[in-house]
Design a protein around this ligand. Structure first.
Ligand SMILES: [Zn+2]
Length: 118
């Protein structure tokens, strides 16, 4: 299900809610910037968390206003690439919300530029 290619290096199922529901909401700008990053890095970009429905978001401790609820955020990993370098690539690709954590980087397409460390 959702095994449809939506960009050069991404399939729709990579963004669906991880609760087994196959639900997915995806903003086109999020996908465009992720593909831009993927192409610049030339390495697989793993989506740890894309869309979350409200129940799943609450279960994983997401904030009630999370951009994941609107298909505007992704938590990403590139094997062998430190989060600081991944965050720099996200900045270059035009992401405005960038959160660096020890094992992943959160990127989103909010209106205002904001960066934080988790
Ligand atoms: Zn996130």
């Amino acid at each position: 299900m959702n095994n449809i290619r939506i960009a050069e290096n991404f399939h729709l199922h990579e963004f669906q809610c991880k609760d087994g529901s196959h639900q997915v909401v995806l903003h086109s700008e999020l996908l465009r910037r992720l593909q831009q990053m993927r192409s610049a890095l030339g390495r697989p970009l793993i989506i740890n968390s894309g869309y979350r429905n409200a129940e799943h978001n609450a279960r994983v401790g997401g904030s009630p206003g999370s951009y994941h609820l609107r298909g505007m955020a992704a938590d990403i990993v590139v094997r062998g690439l430190p989060p600081a370098e991944l965050a720099a690539a996200a900045r270059k690709a035009g992401f405005r919300g960038i959160g660096s954590y020890s094992s992943f980087v959160h990127v989103d397409i909010r209106d205002q530029r904001t960066e934080w460390k988790g």
